[in-house]
Design a protein around this ligand. Structure first.
Ligand code: ADP
Length: 266
């Protein structure tokens, strides 16, 4: 017989049509920035979107979306820009100087609680922002959500060693989770003065990787200093600058993800 908490988790998760975890082989590829902006674009396209900030040691989604200082009331997520519903440990920690010193088993419990105790309501898509690598949190999320749609692997050209992306791909395969695709961040930079586009970190690595691993390539997001500046100020880039090439890149990526998921445009 299943326990009551098992039932609760199932019941709550059953109201979320699609669940996607965003994974990267290593840190600094812009995963949180990417997840936040992708969620905003999907929300603007009419989907009901939530973000679970599962980066327990460095929760950064609230800062990126200008939601710092907000607190969670009861079991409800906090509503952010464009109506994106966010759950993050940042809404629960008493202050910035409180460090989280948790070992594996406690992290697993925390992830489970975040999944089970939250009344997300009806969602079309939940994006789960995982910490970099393939440690405790990704493992817990995959174990708790066997019905997850899949993972999106984010990479940047500079970290495109077969080893790092390969590890993320291998992890997903071992967990029996579908790889929805590989996306690449920081792909190119267009000089604001002369207009020339430079591939600072090399060319086409994400696409090549996707080909090698036989998974879809979902698209690439260029480097845009505004994206970094806006994020630091907590101003949602894609809402503020919808015409910027990086914002359009998110839009295209969102379209491809919709296709992969069979997510119907409302
Ligand atoms: P991760 O979650 O992978 O550790 P972050 O999302 O924290 O990475 O991003 C790392 C830094 O890179 C941040 O300062 C962020 O603003 C910046 N950044 C991410 N993507 C871009 C981009 N496409 N253009 C410019 N800056 C970016």
């Amino acid at each position: 017989m299943e326990s009551r908490t098992e039932d609760l988790l199932k019941e709550r998760m059953s109201k979320i049509k699609h669940k996607v975890a965003v994974l990267s082989g290593k840190g600094g590829v812009g995963k949180s920035t990417f997840t936040a902006n992708l969620a905003l674009v999907l929300s603007v396209r009419g989907h009901r979107v939530g973000i679970l900030d599962a980066d327990l040691h460095g929760p950064s989604i609230p800062k990126l979306l200008g939601m710092r200082g907000k607190r969670m009331e009861g079991e409800a997520p906090v509503e952010g820009p464009a109506g994106v519903r966010v759950v993050s440990l940042d809404f629960l920690l008493p202050d910035d100087s409180t460090p989280l010193i948790w070992r594996g088993p406690i992290k697993a419990v925390a992830i489970r609680q975040l999944l089970e105790k939250i009344e997300w309501g009806e969602l079309d898509l939940l994006l789960i922002d995982l910490p970099p690598g393939t440690g405790d949190e990704p493992l817990s999320v995959m174990q708790e959500l066997p019905e997850m749609d899949g993972v999106l692997i984010l990479t940047s050209p500079s970290e495109l060693s077969a080893l790092v992306v390969g590890r993320a791909v291998g992890f997903a395969k071992k967990m029996g989770v579908r790889i929805l695709g590989i996306a690449e961040n920081l792909s190119s930079f267009t000089c604001p003065r002369c207009g020339e586009t430079v591939r600072i970190f090399g060319e086409g690595g994400g696409r090549k990787m996707a080909g090698e691993f036989g998974v879809p390539f979902l698209g690439e997001v260029p480097l845009d200093p505004h994206l970094s500046e806006d994020s630091d100020r907590g101003e949602p880039f894609v809402l503020k600058r919808p015409g910027a090439p990086a914002a359009r890149a998110f839009l295209e990526l969102a379209g491809r993800l919709e296709q992969e998921l069979g997510l119907k445009k409302p």
